[in-house]
Design a protein around this ligand. Structure first.
Ligand SMILES: [Zn+2]
Length: 166
């Protein structure tokens, strides 16, 4: 699925996991670990469901990168590492399996491309649709965004607490 949807789920996961902080704003190692794992699992779930690619891969990667940098910038200091870890988990499978191919196409270079490791990137399991019939995909993208919006809405106080206000 396009990177921007993985980032949307990353913000959603962050809105939940960033709640688990102590009074001193210390986030424990298991929270970082499980936040990363949740990011990877959410990536797999999104890649398994049928999806087209509404955004061209170059635009998607560049926009996704800007969104990640903005989010890391926009959260308060004590949450920067946590949001970085969540977002890294959310795009980690693509970094491992797809980044050489994407970098080759963006920069016209020749990095070696290996077989995919994550099963949702295997041709037989991936939900990628390469025909022009994208109505199921549009519904799935919409459901993904509604799902994320509802969870973020329910955790809005937590989001507000973790983002810089000025
Ligand atoms: Zn993927």
């Amino acid at each position: 699925m396009n990177v921007i949807f993985h980032i949307a789920t990353g913000v959603t996961i962050f809105s939940v996991v960033s709640k688990r902080e102590t009074k001193e704003n210390q986030i424990s190692l298991p929270v970082y670990f499980f936040s990363f794992v949740l990011g990877v699992i959410s990536h797999g779930t999104l890649d398994y469901i049928p999806h087209c690619y509404p955004l061209n891969s170059k635009v998607d990667v560049i926009l996704g990168l800007f969104m990640m940098l903005f989010l890391i910038y926009a959260v308060k200091m004590h949450s920067k590492l946590l949001i970085f870890v969540v977002l890294l988990g959310c795009i980690f499978p693509d970094i491992i399996d797809l980044s050489p191919g994407i970098l080759n196409s963006i920069f016209n270079i020749n990095l070696p491309v290996f077989d995919n490791i994550f099963p949702w990137h295997f041709h037989e399991y991936s939900g990628s649709i390469y025909i022009d019939e994208c109505s199921v995909s549009n519904i799935n993208h919409l459901l993904t965004l509604i799902f994320c919006t509802i969870i973020i809405y329910l955790n809005r106080m937590n989001i507000l607490k973790n983002f810089k206000t000025k």
